[in-house]
Design a protein around this ligand. Sequence first.
Ligand SMILES: Cc1ncc(COP(=O)(O)O)c(C=O)c1O
Ligand SMILES: N[C@@H](CCCC[NH3+])C(=O)O
Length: 473
Amino acid sequence: MNAHPAGPRHADMLAAPHLAERPSDPAELAMIPANVWPRNAVRRDSGEVEIAGVGLTELAETYGTPLFVVDEADFRSRCADMLAAFGPYGRVHYASKAFLSTQVARWVDEEGLSLDVCTGGELAIARHVGFPPERIALHGNNKSVDELAMALDMGVGHIVLDSMIEIERLDELAGARGVVADVLVRVTVGVEAHTHEFISTAHDDQKFGFALAGGVAMDAVRRVFATDNLRLVGLHSHIGSQIFDMDGFEVAAHRVLGLLKEIVAEFGVDKTAQLSVVDLGGGLGISYLPEDDPLPIGDVAETLADIVRRESAAVGLPMPTLAVEPGRAVAGPGTVTLYRVGTVKVVTVGKNLTRRYVSVDGGMSDNIRTGLYQAEYDIRLVSRVSQTPAVVSRVVGKHCESGDIVIKDCWLPGDVGPGDLVAVAATGAYCYSMSSRYNMVLRPAVAAVRAGSARMMLRRETIDDFLALEVTE
Ligand SMILES: Cc1ncc(COP(=O)(O)O)c(C=O)c1O
Ligand SMILES: N[C@@H](CCCC[NH3+])C(=O)O
C-alpha cells in the first residue's frame, strides 16, 4: 500500500520519471543493500548504520563531514578475491588511480597484488612505502622524461608503451643507464565497450595506445624489436571501465592474440619467447545500485581465462600469462561518503510538480562522477530510521554550480532535514582520487574502520594547506 497521497506522488514521479516505484514500506528505504554497501555495513537496532562495528554518527562527530569511510577488511578481501580468482592464470595489478594513499599501497602490497601507476605522483607514493618495484607497472599516454627516468631508476617491473615518441624516449633513457627495460605495447583494439563514452578507451578515435587498425601497433612492435634497450614482454589492452558484459573482452582478446600470432610469425619463436603476458586491463564493473548485477569475480576470471586459452589455441600459441588491472572492483564497494544535510528546499518545476533539493556539505569536489558520467548511486539516511513516506529527492552539493549534483533522483524519507547524516555507497573509486578544490571547499578526510575501531588515513584539508601554496611577496 502506498502511504503517500495520490497527488504529490503523481507530481514527484513526474519530476523523476525513470525512478522505480515509491518504496511502499519505510523499511525498504532503511535497508542497506549488501551488494552495494561495504561488506561490513549493517543497520543497528537503534537505526544508526555502522561499518566494521563503528557507528557513522560517531565517525561524523570524531572526524567531521564530508568523510570517506573505508571498510579496510572489505578492501583487503576484494584484493584476496581477485588474487584467488586470477592468481591461477597470472597477475593482478591494482589500478591505483581508483584510490591511492600510503595505507592503500601497503594493503595492496600485503595482500600480494601488483600495482599500476600512471604518474610520477602515484609512483612516488609507491616508493614512499617501499612497494616492491618489480611488482609495479607504469602506464600513461604522456609520461614525461622525468617519470620514465624515475621508473627506470626504481627498477619497476614493466612500462606500458603508449606512443612512438615514448619508445624513442625510453630507449634512450634505458641506454643511458645501461639497463634493458621490460615493456608492454598498449594496443587499441577498436572495441566500443558498453559503457559511458568518456570511460571507454579502445575505440579507434581516442588518445590511448597504438591502433591495431592500419598496422600501427605492429609498427610499434617492430620499432621496439629494433631498439637495443627495450625488451617486449607482452601486449596490453584496456577497453573501458564499469563493464558488465564480457563480449568486449572477448573481441579484445581475439584481436590481441591475433597480433601476437603476427609477431611470432614475423620474428620467430626464439626471438619472441619472452613475450608471455597478455594484459586485458581493468574495467570490471561493480554494483552502484541494488539492481546492478555484475558477474561474481571468480566467474569473470574463468571466463577471461577461457577466452584467452581458446584464442591462443586458435592461433597455435601457448596460454600466455593473463594480467588484469582492476581499480574500481577493488576499491569501489568498500567505501561510503558520509555527508551532513544542511538545507532542504522544495522547488516548483511545473504545474502540480515540485522537486525537493537536499543539500549536503560536499558535492562535485568530492564526487565528480555524477556530473561527468551521469553516474548513479545508492544513498541512505544513516543516523536514524524514519517512518515518513519516501519523497523523490535530488541530493546536491554546496558548490556554485547548478550541475553540482550528487544524486540526480532518489527516494529519501520525507522528513530528512538539517543535521541528518546521509551516506552514499560505493564511492571508493574515482571520487577522492578525482576530487578538486573548487570553491576552496576543503578536501574531505578519509577514515579507515576495522574491527570496531577507526583511524585516519588522510586528514581533512585545511585553509593552511591552501595558504601554503600561496606565494606572497
Ligand atoms: C590502463 C588502465 N588499466 C586499469 C584501469 C582501471 O579500470 P577500472 O577501475 O575500471 O578497473 C584503467 C581505468 O579505466 C586504465 O585506464
Ligand atoms: N574515472 C572513471 C573511469 C576511468 C578510469 C581510468 N581509465 C570513473 O570514474 O569511472
